[in-house]
Design a protein around this ligand. Structure first.
Ligand SMILES: [Zn+2]
Length: 330
């Protein structure tokens, strides 16, 4: 069964289940750690409209987080190539598992296999191993939550939804777009306050109208309301990638004495952001992710990084690079 069909078939259960589990489980992230921001999260890709979506985001200077499926990356060379394009655009890569199967019907060993296989294929094509995951349909009960925490995975829920998968049957893409904007207009635009609120916003990239019509509406509305788009890395303040990831090729090699752009490409978390995430266990996630070529540059251990993760990475890399260069000149 196609993934899109599978999603549609179980859509109602998803909505009910996700909303039921989100508030009660502290390990499931559904809001950012600072007000005034929106993490735009894009699921189920890479899809055939990925290039178009990246172009829209580039034009509007929006950074997003793409939760990709390992199986899609493995099945199609064009989709595999999308991973580098996503990083080149300054966006964040994250895991949506390998198969898009229900995690709550798996053993812990099967869950680990889903994450490890996806991590390996993403690493193969991009050089990074995601630290953020989203369970298919939001289904991640106790065993899943425990297993993901053991693997250093930050379980990414959401607190506002386009529900775009519900409207793929609409003949008119503008009608589908309007319906997909209902929750955003009602909650984000009409009732929220950027001074106090933040959102993790869910959309998919596999539906034509979602990319060609909805994306523009979402972006324009969020900006008009006064929110700033961030990656999940900035939203949560934890590194985007596990130790062992190589620095994406888009990070420029700096001249001596300059700084390096953060991994996600977005601005670093403000220093006045709330403190470390208290609810997410952060063991050395790299230890449970197997396979793949040896990395050349490691990210800092997750336990050492708080909401100033981006700034700390910049500082440490700059110091390391300067020290290395200085040593070479001696
Ligand atoms: Zn999905």
């Amino acid at each position: 069964m196609k993934i899109s069909a599978f999603l549609s078939c179980s859509a109602i259960f998803l909505a009910t289940f996700a909303s039921a589990v989100m508030p009660d489980d502290p390990n499931k992230i559904d809001t950012c750690k600072m007000p005034g921001v929106v993490a735009y999260t894009i699921d189920d890709g890479p899809g055939i409209y990925n290039d178009e979506l990246l172009a829209i985001m580039a034009k509007k200077n929006v950074k997003a987080t793409f939760y990709v499926l390992g199986r899609k990356v493995d099945e199609n060379a064009a989709q595999a190539a999308a991973l580098k394009k996503i990083l080149d655009g300054g966006h964040q890569l994250a895991s949506h598992t390998y198969s898009h199967d229900n995690m709550d019907l798996m053993t812990d060993v099967q869950m680990k296999d889903e994450i490890n296989k996806t991590s390996d294929t993403i690493f193969k094509h991009s050089g990074v191993r995601p630290a953020y995951m989203r369970a298919p349909e939001g289904r991640c009960a106790e065993l899943c939550t425990k297993t993901m925490a053991e693997m250093g995975q930050i379980i990414s829920h959401w607190n506002i939804d386009t529900n775009d998968w519900r409207f793929t049957g609409e003949k008119d893409p503008l009608v589908a777009t309007k319906k997909s904007m209902e929750e955003i207009m009602d909650v984000l635009y009409n009732k929220s306050d950027p001074a106090t609120d933040s959102f993790i916003l869910l959309q998919h990239e596999i539906h034509e109208f979602s990319v060609r019509h909805l994306a523009n509406e979402v972006i324009d509305t969020v900006i008009k309301k006064g929110y700033r788009f961030v990656t999940m890395e900035e939203c949560i303040g934890e590194p985007a990638y596990l130790p062992g990831s190589t620095v994406p090729s888009t990070v420029p090699v700096p001249p001596t004495g300059t700084t390096i752009a953060p991994t996600s490409g977005g601005p670093v978390a403000p220093t006045d952001a709330p403190g470390p995430v208290p609810t997410v266990s952060q063991p050395n996630g790299g230890a449970t992710v197997s396979g793949g070529p040896k990395p050349t540059i490691s990210t800092p251990p997750k336990g050492d990084v708080d909401s100033s993760a981006g700034a700390m990475k910049v500082a440490s890399w700059a110091l390391g690079f300067s020290a290395l260069l200085g040593y070479a000149l001696i």
